[in-house]
Ligand binder design. Sequence first.
Ligand code: F6R
Length: 260
Amino acid sequence: MKVLVLPTAERAAIRAAGLVADALAAKDRPVLGLATGSTMEQVYADLVARHRAGALSFANATTFNLDEYVGLSPDHPQSYRQTMETLLFSHVDVAPNACHLPRGDAPDPHAEAERYEAAIAFDGGIDLQLLGIGQNGHIGFNEPTSSLGARTRIKTLTRSTREANARFFDNPNEVPRYAITMGIATILDARHAVLLATGSSKAAAVARMVEGPLGADCPATALQMHPKATVIVDGDAAAELRMIDYYQEIHPDGEEPDLG
Ligand code: F6R
């Protein structure tokens, strides 16, 4: 695991956006895996700014989001589809039919999960997967005790995740109980996994993910098994890392080492 420690949340998000920009430039038909959540807002703002400056095009890109709430239609204001439209899709040159999220209102959510997994494979798999992390160590909506071998499927959200997401809904009772989410195995198939975590509320989960034992009680620890996982954190989220001096020595200011 590569751990990049940046001094501020903004710098951390810009570093993550830079890796997305590199992935877009690296291939004729790049496939991005995207995430929602507050942490990603600054990443998408930076990508939009780069696009407006003429430095970045999504014209040939395909995107797959990690997850969507079961029961919400794509035009529901709290759906992840709408969140992505607001933060990114409507501001860049990505083709609307190239932006994929699971259909939260599919009549058969289980069949929709299988269809989604197959669609990712059909498009050649994901080149770069963006990830956030929950305070309980979830990635996507793979809550603690999720199978580390699972693929896209329905998950029941924990009470803590529903409470954390209630801020986006008028009434906490409206927060859906279920989500369709890529599984840990789906995420591990991405050719590059990039996890961004900022703020002190993520410090314990980050330390467990990077330095703790591999275990389904913290699904993010599965990234220890990924051959190319990059964890980008600000100083607050890095606060409980025991080996922070080592990470900062290898990657001063989050940069790549000069091996020459
Ligand atoms: C959302 C997702 C979640 C979030 C995580 C962190 O698509 O996959 O795993 O990344 O809950 O959310 P924030 O950034 O709001 O703390």
